[in-house]
Design a binder for this molecule. Structure first.
Ligand SMILES: *Cc1c(COP(=O)(O)O)cnc(C)c1O
Length: 407
């Protein structure tokens, strides 16, 4: 055995209960229960009830767009827009995103083509998009990753120049803005997710937003089986409707957006302060002038050339301490099935995605994390990294291994 054991702390885990990335934020419980009682009193549980109508109005208002169609989740929202826009052939998506972005296309018989991302922002690189355009390309789906608005101007330019439809997967970016313009108002349409882990949540849910009247009309019909009226069906639709309890949750969650944002921002600065100077660890900064962020994700990057501990060993250490950090979007959608088998060479086109996917580590934030927890998590990270550097000095060239049973 030439493995150097890396022991960070003895005894019990640093946290008694698991601290998960993506624990939901909750709005005012009394308000939620009032709304739920209202739903029960009205006995109108789905199909464009009062809560869904109010949510659609508020989301449209918040984004400054004409139309909002609430849906049962973000993935179905994407599928409906893809179909309503009649996207066909190939559509370009980033390789570094949640798998649903690509699945929504594939589920609609459209081929996702993976383009690379900008290593600074992890967002779709417009020049990489241009390189992937073929005669079969009909559209682009930008993803506002981690709530950072995409390179909107350049993506629009590429789309216009090649006559492609441009939509955005805005699952991470509710409440974000660029140049005073809210996410939700860009491209032909944008799709939010209000899944439990997202910035604003409706348990499960999402919304399609657009300024295009005809597109909105088609999306609305498609989310309700294609019904044009009683007994009259005009399209092949699906059931993409949001129910009233979800809308009640979504409305209540929206009312606390400012609080969620303040908590997230404070948590992010706490991490930034306490991880400063730890070799090889950096945080995505959320610092572009003119951009409003929701700070929903604390995105750490482990630079293995500068950090004595690998990203995956750091993850093992944190898990052993009950800090359930996550390698979001690893190993990249292009390396997940069915795409890995369909496009075995796709990785050659996305070197930055490959690199970023090996570096990213998402740390817990939101209401369940306070300043004391952040201090403790950062101290675990610092200790693990410094100890690894010590072990590495003593046992030059030895591979590391975290012995969970010793921790
Ligand atoms: C969460 C998410 C989705 C899917 O949203 P659901 O509401 O869970 O279906 C799509 N794209 C991205 C980038 C996401 O993070």
């Amino acid at each position: 055995m030439n493995n150097a054991a890396l022991v960070v702390l003895g005894g019990a885990p640093a946290f008694r209960e698991k601290l998960h990335v993506g624990r939901p934020n909750l709005g005012d419980r009394t308000r939620l229960l009032e709304r739920i009682n209202g739903v029960l009193d009205r006995r109108w549980l789905s199909n464009n009830g009062a809560c869904v109508q109010e949510l659609e109005r508020r989301v449209a208002e918040q984004c400054g767009v004409r139309h909002c169609i609430a849906v049962c989740n973000g993935m179905v929202g994407l599928e409906v827009v893809i179909r309503a826009l009649d996207l066909k052939g190939e559509v370009i998506v980033p390789a570094f995103t949640f798998v649903a972005t690509a699945h929504a296309l594939h589920w609609q018989q459209v081929t996702p083509v993976f383009a690379d991302v900008n290593p600074q922002t992890h967002n779709l690189d417009p020049r990489a998009v241009e390189r992937m355009i073929t005669p079969r390309t009909t559209g682009i789906i930008g993803v506002h990753l981690w709530g950072q608005p995409c390179d909107l101007v350049e993506l629009q330019r590429v789309a216009d120049q090649h006559r492609l439809k441009l939509i955005y997967d805005a699952a991470h970016a509710f409440g974000c803005a660029r140049g005073g313009r809210k996410v939700g108002s860009f491209g032909a349409a944008e799709v939010f997710s209000f899944h439990a882990t997202k910035f604003v949540n409706s348990l499960e849910g999402g919304a399609i937003v657009t300024n295009d009247d005809e597109l909105a009309r088609r999306c609305r019909l498609m989310t309700n089986f294609g019904f044009l009226g009683f007994d009259q069906v005009g399209y092949v639709g699906t059931n993409g409707k949001m129910d009233e309890f979800s809308a009640a949750m979504g409305l209540t969650s929206m009312e606390s957006m400012a609080d969620f944002m303040a908590i997230n921002r404070a948590n992010h600065s706490g991490y930034q302060r306490e991880l400063a100077g730890v070799p090889g660890i950096s945080l995505l900064p959320y610092a572009t002038p003119g951009v409003d962020y929701n700070h929903q994700y604390v995105v750490a990057e482990v630079d293995e050339a500068a950090c004595p501990l690998s990203r995956d060993l750091l993850l093992d250490v944190l898990w052993a301490e009950n800090v359930v950090a996550r390698r979001y979007f690893y190993p990249g959608v292009h390396r997940m099935e069915p795409y890995r088998t369909l496009f075995p060479e796709a990785w050659r086109n996305v070197p930055q995605t490959e690199r970023v996917a090996r570096r990213v580590l998402i740390l817990p934030t939101g209401q369940c994390v306070d300043a004391a927890a952040i201090t403790k998590i950062c101290s675990l990270i610092r200790t693990a990294v410094l100890e690894a550097s010590e072990v590495r000095r003593r046992v030059v060239g030895s591979p590391f291994q975290v012995h969970r049973e010793l921790i």
